[in-house]
Design a protein around this ligand. Structure first.
Ligand SMILES: Cc1cc2nc3c(=O)[nH]c(=O)nc-3n(C[C@H](O)[C@H](O)[C@H](O)COP(=O)(O)OP(=O)(O)OC[C@H]3O[C@@H](n4cnc5c(N)ncnc54)[C@H](O)[C@@H]3O)c2cc1C
Length: 268
């Protein structure tokens, strides 16, 4: 690990000023960034710790949406009575992240800003048509994730909260890497119960360079919200990831299998 300066920001304004300098990086739970620094994949000049900022913490629900502060830990979302009541699939997703230690430290904002191709939260962001709020403005979910570890965030921009829309029913299923528990493929299915051709949103993580929506699956499930509708849609393997864990062909197969299981779970 290279040497760096450490700052514990006392306010959002101070964090923004510090984050705009040199090769500074924001530090949330450190569960991705510190690993990258240890491996020398990242060598920031300064770390701006967001841990003291109360305005980035907490969970609010108003029946239509659930808003999660960027510094809210995965374990808080997993155990939140409000999240379990409004969007049980979101609480379940948080409970599937890594292990107990990762969930005690990792944050919603950090996971979304990181845009790891195998991360779980991005699937919820896309399927639940979330709005990402930053110190500079708002992003629609569909315009936020732009590629492998890439988002629409500008350098130094700070996510403050994420608002997830409450669906009529939803579920997340992942085929996990047994060691890290990252998604080899994860599929989040959300039915908003509005009727029409865009009632259902389906987001896939782990399969491609970053999270994406499965339009054919959305169309089929909007017409008929049933496991067989998901099972009838085949994901193309072109553009999907191949690595030591799984081939693109296998990942394509898993997209259909996980989507079918997610619909079954949402109907229970
Ligand atoms: C062993 C292990 C297993 C894991 N398994 C899983 C898993 O199964 N599923 C899964 O989804 N994840 C998994 N993770 C990753 C974990 O969820 C991390 O918590 C997450 O990727 C990053 O969140 P963090 O709060 O730790 O962010 P950090 O590591 O602190 O930061 C990550 C990046 O986001 C930026 N950032 C952080 N906060 C903000 C903000 N508010 N605004 C703008 N930028 C910000 C940082 O500058 C940095 O670039 C695992 C991690 C480990 C170590």
């Amino acid at each position: 690990m290279h040497a760096f300066n450490y700052h514990r920001a006392g306010s959002l304004a101070e964090a923004a000023t510090l984050a705009g300098k040199g090769e500074a990086k924001l530090l949330a739970g450190g569960q991705s960034l510190v690993q990258a620094m240890k491996l020398r994949l990242a060598s920031p000049s300064d770390l701006i710790d967001l841990g003291k900022l109360k305005e980035l913490q907490g969970i609010k629900s108003d029946g239509k949406s659930v808003t999660i502060g960027a510094m809210t830990r995965h374990a808080e979302v997993e155990h939140s009575a409000e999240v379990k009541k409004a969007i049980p699939a979101l609480a379940a997703l948080a409970g599937m992240i890594g292990d107990r230690q990762v969930r005690a430290m990792g944050t919603c904002g950090g996971s979304i800003a990181n845009s790891d191709p195998a991360a779980d939260y991005p699937a919820a962001v896309l399927a639940l048509n979330a709005t990402i709020t930053t110190n500079k403005g708002k992003y629609e979910a569909d315009k936020f994730f732009t590629g492998l570890y890439e988002t629409a965030l500008k350098p130094g921009e700070i996510i403050t909260s994420v608002s997830f829309q409450v669906p009529k029913r939803a579920a997340y299923m992942k085929f996990k890497n047994p060691a890290s528990r990252f998604a080899i493929v994860g599929v989040f299915v959300a039915d908003f119960g509005t009727g029409g051709s865009n009632a259902v949103r389906v987001a896939v993580t782990g399969a491609g360079p970053c999270v994406f929506r499965q339009a054919d699956m959305e169309k089929a499930l909007s017409a008929k919200f049933a496991p067989e509708a998901a099972a009838g849609v085949k994901q193309k393997k072109e553009g999907l990831n191949t690595d030591l864990h799984a081939s693109a062909e296998y990942r394509a197969h898993l997209v259909t299998v996980m989507a079918k299981r997610a619909v079954e779970a949402a109907l229970k």
